[in-house]
Design a protein. Structure first.
Length: 104
């Protein structure tokens, strides 16, 4: 599903003004991946990145090419575990969050 520019702008505006929304979007992306829905998880994480840090700044922080990061989180992207968890680490640090996995 392709998101419209208006929808993307709405998500970005909300993420910039609402830290709880931002954190929720980040958590939802990780939860989706852990539940086996990697496609949705990648798309949510891409939305989160676009709405917050952006791929240029993320590339600098993670020492990766922004274009490479965009490909990783595209619908056809397949980031390695090392790359994925490295990005999650950078995003947690930037957001001031520490996500934990708990068995339920």
């Amino acid at each position: 599903m392709t998101l419209t520019r208006n929808f993307k702008q709405t998500i970005q505006a909300r993420a910039l003004r609402d830290p709880e929304f931002r954190a929720g979007l980040f958590r939802e992306s990780i939860d989706a991946m852990l539940a086996g829905d990697t496609e949705t998880g990648k798309m949510l994480l891409r939305d989160y990145i676009n709405a917050t840090i952006g791929f240029e700044e993320l590339g600098r922080a993670a020492d990766r090419s922004p274009k490479s990061l965009m490909r990783m989180f595209s619908s056809r992207g397949n980031p390695t575990a090392n790359n994925l968890f490295g990005i999650i680490h950078v995003l947690q640090k930037k957001e001031g969050l520490r996500l934990e996995v708990k068995a339920s």
